[in-house]
Design a protein around this ligand. Structure first.
Ligand code: SF4
Length: 350
């Protein structure tokens, strides 16, 4: 089917379903998909918007799997959350699974004994059962926008933070709060004691799961130096999922929402190199033609799983709603959702 025919059919179904349908579009979705989104945002923002819209019976989440899970946890039982492409997972979220994290937790407790309480904190970009793990063990969820606030809280609850799955967000945030690099340990799941000596674990204030985003991981300090040489006066704006050295060399770092607001507030004629997912950088370029905006990557920094959702998949999901044959419904088991919501509510109350 030609693109125009797909677009027309999506619009027809949107009109037909009216307020019963809500399409959510993550900032990293391609423009041909985002044009149909009733709401755009980051993962948590979108889940909250879905939860606040009780009229919508069908929530089609154009994003990745963990986002649809969070939406299912936060929405009411009469709301059905659908992921148009079932293979749209998140590389980072899949780097930490409940069995490996539980094994690491048991090992950490054994090494630490009674000497110091550990608080587990999971990034929003994680499977629902890891959010449940944090709910069950006195921890919380964080987003890239509130990670500093959540870590500060965690240090009032215990002596050490066990942070997963993103090593870089954990390190960048903890360092910003004054934790020295040698007070952090990286936990490598397949190694004895995560690849650390028991003494290192005893001393650590932060234990970082060795996980990363396969988009943000590949920005380097060398690119920053090259861009600064090529474009004098350029400002470097990066996401805190980027490696420590990149964040340290940047001018500004912050969540997706922070990046968007920074560009919106920037002076006409200002120059920016942005270290985040390409679809968002492209959109910022189009929406701000009065500013000079580049991707910080000399490669195509697209999220290979976000990009799996195309208008054709969206249409397929919508046609199945109309036909009464729902496909790709994302359902978090009740017991997992009940514990995950504790960690999410803790985040909201902090
Ligand atoms: S950009 Fe990175 S963190 Fe975001 S969904 Fe893709 S792999 Fe996951």
């Amino acid at each position: 089917m030609a693109d125009e025919a797909i677009f027309e059919r999506i619009n027809t179904i949107k009109k037909q379903l009216g307020p019963k349908l809500m399409i959510l579009g993550h900032h990293y979705q391609r423009d041909t998909v985002i044009q149909f989104a009733d709401e755009r945002g980051d993962s948590f923002e979108l889940s909250k918007k879905a939860a606040n819209n009780r009229l919508a019976e069908y929530i089609v989440f154009c994003g990745v799997h963990f986002m649809a899970e969070s939406a299912d946890i936060l929405t009411a039982p009469h709301q059905t959350v659908i992921l148009p492409h079932l293979e749209a997972g998140c590389f980072m979220a899949e780097m930490a699974d409940i069995d490996s994290v539980s094994a690491a937790w048991a090992n950490l407790q054994q090494i630490r004994g009674q000497r110091g309480k550990i608080i587990p904190i999971t990034y929003m970009n994680s499977e629902a059962n890891l959010k449940a793990f944090c709910g069950e063990h006195g921890g919380a969820v964080c987003t890239s926008a509130n990670a500093a606030k959540i870590l500060r809280w965690a240090f009032t609850q215990g002596d050490t933070v066990f942070f997963f799955p993103d090593e870089h967000l954990g390190r960048n945030t903890a360092y910003g709060l004054g934790v020295a690099l040698d007070e952090m340990a990286v936990w490598e799941a397949l190694k004895v004691h995560g690849g650390n000596s028991p003494e290192k674990i005893q001393r650590a204030k932060v234990i970082l799961w060795q996980g990363f985003c396969n988009v943000h991981q590949f920005f380097t300090p060398e690119y920053i130096e090259i861009y600064r040489r090529m474009h004098p006066g350029i400002k470097i704006l990066v996401h805190p999922e980027c490696p420590f050295e990149v964040v340290q060399k940047s001018d500004y770092n912050g969540s997706t929402g922070y990046i968007i607001k920074t560009i919106e507030a920037a002076a006409p004629g200002s120059k920016w190199a942005i270290g985040t997912e390409m679809s968002l950088v492209n959109r910022l370029q189009h929406e701000h033609p009065d500013k000079f905006i580049l991707s910080l990557a000399p490669f195509t920094a697209n999220c290979s799983t976000m990009i799996r959702t195309s208008p054709a998949y969206l249409l397929w999901a919508l046609e199945n709603i109309v036909a009464g044959t729902i496909q790709n419904q994302i359902r978090v088991p009740e017991d997992v959702a009940a514990k995950a919501i504790i960690a999410l509510e803790r985040m909201l109350s902090i």
